[in-house]
Write a new protein. Structure first.
Length: 421
């Protein structure tokens, strides 16, 4: 029965370093449509059982590197919680399961109080940076938890990963390395009942959701990338579908099988490219970059077969972008996913089945790399922050003021020596 299946809502948005200005106070356009379209699942409108909201470029980079994100993430949490409850079709209430932020990548996960929230346990959060020298300007954060069965059985494990990978079309190989770095360093403790003490990767789970600004672009032949040609193609759904053959993510996942092993996705071409828009515009691209579906939501579940990599037992109820948000050059995306009904009671936690050719391996130096990056984050962030303060909001003026001050100080020291002589 549909009523026995868990409904998961995933929302992701690159807010363009806007901090608390990055969202309108009313999130109905982003969050409420998912609640309304789910009405066909049952006779009564149904609210999601789990809501996961991810952000990239959460706040100005120098503040993120310095770790000064607490007020922004707390503000986001309060706003999102109030909005999903205000627009819930039957006035359902929700609780925050976990929140985690690293520099500008953040993830907040909520569960319905009258259902899954009562059975959540073993909540864990993790983060990793994959920028230069493992800086957190790019990277991922993750939330994992277990939902026990109503009769006390071990239940199933849910893993949510929000990521921001390196930008620009020509950095495809770097993006692929970003993903593999995330798999090997975004590590969680062993699963309950495991005989091993070794950390586990994101793939050691019953359900996996991987989403965010993944930055994959459209790789057009050189003679077909004129803006006018692209705009005509993007205007209609049937012509947009032809673009998937040029989508870097599809090519690398489905054709070259180099990344995102086991992960599926809905029909992303049914909505317009989520990037790059002119600020303040609902439907006008900025052709400083060719339009692309940079913001994506992928998923898989333990009953998905590695022999049918494009098929999933997760139903994709909705997958779309929200054009009305105009403070960023990205449009937010949202997906509503209907998970398969739980299988018969088992004494073991069901886990994903992966292709025989793919075996994710934890990096033994994961913590060294993570904390090397975190240390550099803080050094660069606080230095940048101080220079911004000295420069009255501009790090460039701050550097100038610093050298002017250094010159004045040197002049006074030289004058003192001359006077003393």
């Amino acid at each position: 029965m549909v009523e026995d299946r868990v409904l998961v809502q995933i929302a992701s948005y690159n807010t363009n370093l806007q901090a608390e200005r990055g969202l309108p106070q009313d999130l109905v356009d982003w969050l409420a449509p998912t609640l309304q379209v789910s009405s066909f699942l049952a006779r009564e409108r149904r609210a999601p059982d789990i809501v996961a909201v991810g952000f990239q470029e959460l706040l100005p980079l120098h503040l993120g590197l310095a770790g000064l994100s607490k007020s922004v993430i707390e503000s986001r949490n309060a706003l999102i919680l109030s909005q999903i409850q205000e627009h819930a079709p039957n006035k359902e209430s929700y609780s925050l399961v976990a929140k985690v932020v690293n520099v500008g990548v953040a993830l907040l996960v909520y569960a319905r109080d009258d259902g899954i929230a009562r059975r959540v346990c073993d909540v864990q959060t993790q983060w990793t940076g994959c920028g230069p020298a493992f800086l957190g300007n790019k990277g991922a954060v993750g939330v994992r938890f277990r939902v026990t069965e109503s009769d006390g059985g071990p239940g199933e494990v849910y893993t949510f990963v929000c990521a921001h990978l390196v930008a620009h079309a020509h950095h495809l190989e770097w993006r692929k390395r970003n993903f593999h770095h995330i798999v090997s360093t975004l590590l969680f403790p062993p699963l309950p009942g495991s005989s091993s003490n070794a950390p586990t990767t994101i793939y050691s789970t019953s359900h996996l959701f991987f989403f965010g600004d993944l930055n994959f672009r459209l790789a057009f032949p050189s003679d077909s990338d004129h803006p006018a040609n692209i705009l005509r193609t993007l205007s209609h759904e049937d012509t947009r579908e032809t673009l998937k053959q040029y989508d870097q993510l599809v090519i690398e996942r489905d054709v070259n099988q180099s990344i995102f092993a086991g992960l599926r996705e809905g029909d992303f071409w049914k909505f317009k490219c989520s990037y790059k828009y002119k600020l303040g515009e609902v439907d006008r691209y900025d052709f400083k970059r060719l339009p692309a579906w940079t913001d994506r939501v992928m998923y898989t579940t333990y009953s998905d077969s590695p022999d049918t990599p494009t098929e999933s037992n997760i139903g994709n109820v909705l997958y779309t972008s929200i054009p009305s948000y105009t403070t960023s050059d990205h449009k937010p995306v949202v997906a509503v996913l209907l998970l398969p009904a739980p299988q018969s009671t088992s004494p073991m936690i069901p886990l994903l089945r992966l292709p025989e050719t793919y075996e994710p391996v934890p990096d033994p130096l994961a913590n060294v790399k993570k904390y090397t990056g975190r240390t550099l984050d803080r050094i660069i962030g606080y230095t940048w922050w101080l220079l911004t303060i000295v420069g009255a909001g501009s790090a460039v003026f701050g550097i100038g003021n610093f050298f002017v001050g250094l010159g004045v100080w040197s002049w006074f020291k030289a004058k003192e020596r001359t006077t003393g002589a």
